[in-house]
Design a protein. Structure first.
Length: 249
């Protein structure tokens, strides 16, 4: 029993080392390109390709990985195909934000069409891996979760992916639950915007009222009718005082 456990641990360690080595070699091949890249992509298993893609790659390198993942689609059995599809969906089709300028700057770096390429990559993943399995209802719950997230993802690129998927006039696979989830998400976002606009309008109205008070110096301007009423009240007050004085005398 002890020896079997040790052998199993050794095998796991060997698999882990091979995985780390394979990932490093694949990343190097993707970085440098060249004649060795096609072989490195073919030799990597699906898990390694998905792992490298999940780490974040420039759009051009990601394209090479995605093409290989889609190329293998007919070779996968149903269980493996579903597992790959679920991973792609959970990662929102790997539609990451554009790369940032080194040094912590917040402004996206210029990527010369990188956004268009990221959209194309996401559509390629959807058409090659997701749509065939969504069509037979393999991942209905995930589809309902993915659509709202995709709609809000990737600096508007996610919406472009949805438009292209819908624009093919094929069954999208999002299903009724997906569209309901998207509608609910958009409706909630619209409600929050309306409430924010209403609060801003109330703040602006209060600000205008206080500014008018400040401009008037705090004085109260009386209209002509109000002046007559004020004068009459003053006359009555004086008369009452005189009556009290005369009575006391």
């Amino acid at each position: 029993m002890v020896e079997e456990a040790e052998h199993a641990q050794d095998r796991e360690e060997e698999v882990r080392r091979r995985s780390v080595t394979g990932a490093r070699m694949l990343r190097e091949a993707l970085r440098h390109g060249g004649d060795g890249l096609p072989a490195a992509l073919r030799e990597a298993d699906d898990g390694l390709l998905l792992s490298v893609l999940d780490e974040g790659l420039p759009a051009e390198r990601a394209t090479r990985v995605i093409v290989e993942l889609v190329r293998r689609a007919p070779e996968r059995g149903p269980r493996l195909a579903d597992a790959v599809c679920e991973k792609v969906l959970l990662a929102q089709l790997y539609l990451d934000s554009p790369p940032r300028i080194p040094g912590g700057a917040d402004r996206p770096a210029a990527d010369s069409g990188g956004r268009r390429l990221r959209v194309r990559n996401a559509v390629m993943l959807y058409e090659g891996l997701v749509r065939p399995y969504a069509a037979r209802g393999a991942v209905p719950e995930l589809m309902a979760c993915v659509l709202p997230g995709l709609w809000a993802a990737g600096d508007g690129a996610g919406r472009e992916v949805v438009r292209r998927v819908v624009g093919t006039r094929q069954t999208t696979g999002f299903g009724e639950k997906g569209w309901k989830a998207l509608f609910g998400s958009v409706a909630e976002e619209f409600r929050e915007r309306e409430e924010a606009a209403s609060r801003a309008a109330r703040r602006e109205a209060r600000g205008r009222w206080w500014r008018r008070r400040a401009d008037d110096g705090g004085r109260i301007d009386l209209q002509p009718g109000q002046l007559w009423v004020s004068a009459l009240l003053g006359f009555i007050a004086v008369a009452l005082v005189l009556i009290v004085v005369l009575a006391a005398g």
